[in-house]
Design a protein around this ligand. Structure first.
Ligand code: ZN
Length: 326
């Protein structure tokens, strides 16, 4: 997408901010025991205030009430919602279709926040109105570039009594693997480089460590220049004597696996899965996080001896890993 097209798309996207998504929604059924019962069955909630008329009378509610977390359920459209966005029925669906039609085909719910003003009683009708509250600038995320869209919904009963509110955020994104590549004949401005590993932040306290890994193909360990205590990860001060003077040594590269976990998901571009993520005890006594290579996940064992191997990514980035020791 060229700059002009992108600007036009964003102008249209941001025109949705502040818009109500459609007319006020009126719950299809008043608050009723059958739906409460099904919700409680699904959630494993057996509180008598929700289910038992006699016992509920003895509570501060004076009768059956609905679980507060059901608030949104009362205004849901049911199976209508499964139809998707091909023929958008409201502004929210039109916004999603606009982005989907422009390559942002992925959608992920990222967070929701609900506020409950009070318990609902049997026979009340829930009504809601929803506004597109905000749309972020385009963000680069682990799953691809996209926009975070936040909607805000307020809930009232048939008399206009405040029942609560909900804020709901989704990420609408261009899945990373669908980005055009040179090989698939994408135009020049659309060519995306093959993603590489995410780099550690490299600041004043740890930048030197990564430089030394890269320049000397070694695993450095920081050492207090006053008391000679080793420390990892790198930090400005010795936690033993308080000295801020330090130098570093080269680790032997021999270590044993202290613990490990095998990562299958979520999968980020630039990595090969599964990843055997390990914590090793270095021969020098320090502990560090790394990954095990040249080893099947099922062969990884706690206490296993491993040795250092420096790997270089296609972009020249070097990183210390471990492999089983002979
Ligand atoms: Zn010290």
């Amino acid at each position: 997408m060229n700059d002009e097209k992108k600007q036009a798309l964003e102008a249209e996207v941001y025109s949705y901010v502040g818009k109500p998504i459609g007319p006020r929604v009126i719950g299809r059924d008043p608050v009723n025991l059958a739906m409460i019962r099904q919700w409680c069955d699904a959630m494993g909630d057996t509180h008598p205030a929700y289910l038992d008329e006699e016992e509920a009378k003895q509570t501060i509610h004076g009768g059956i009430v609905a679980p507060p977390t059901m608030l949104q359920a009362w205004i849901m459209d049911g199976f209508e919602m499964a139809k998707g966005y091909d023929e958008p029925q409201n502004e929210q669906q039109r916004l999603h279709k606009l982005l989907a039609d422009n390559g942002y085909s992925g959608v992920l719910g990222t967070n929701t926040e609900e506020n409950y003003t009070r318990y609902l009683k049997l026979g009340e009708t829930v009504e809601s109105s929803t506004v597109i509250d905000s749309i972020s600038e385009e963000k680069a995320t682990g799953v691809g570039i996209g926009y975070f869209i936040t909607t805000k919904t307020s809930f009232e009963n048939q008399d206009g009594d405040d029942l609560g509110s909900m804020s709901f955020r989704v990420l609408r994104y261009k899945p990373a693997e669908e980005r055009p590549s040179a090989a698939s004949g994408g135009s020049e401005d659309a060519v995306a480089a093959k993603p590489t590993r995410i780099k550690s932040p490299m600041g004043r306290d740890n930048g030197w460590w990564w430089s030394r890994v890269s320049e000397e193909d070694c695993l450095p360990i920081q050492r207090c220049a006053d008391c000679a205590k080793l420390r990892h990860p790198p930090r400005p001060m010795c936690d033993d004597c308080g000295s801020q003077k330090w130098d570093s040594i080269k680790a032997s590269g021999r270590a044993t696996i202290h613990t490990f976990t095998v990562i299958h998901y979520p999968q980020f571009p630039g990595y090969e899965y599964p990843i055997v993520s390990i914590i090793v005890d270095l021969e020098e006594g320090e502990r560090m996080a790394s990954a095990l290579v040249d080893c099947k996940p099922e062969d990884c064992k706690i206490g296993m001896p491993v040795e250092l191997v420096i790997q270089e990514d296609e972009d020249g980035f070097k990183i210390p890993f471990f492999r089983p020791a002979d």
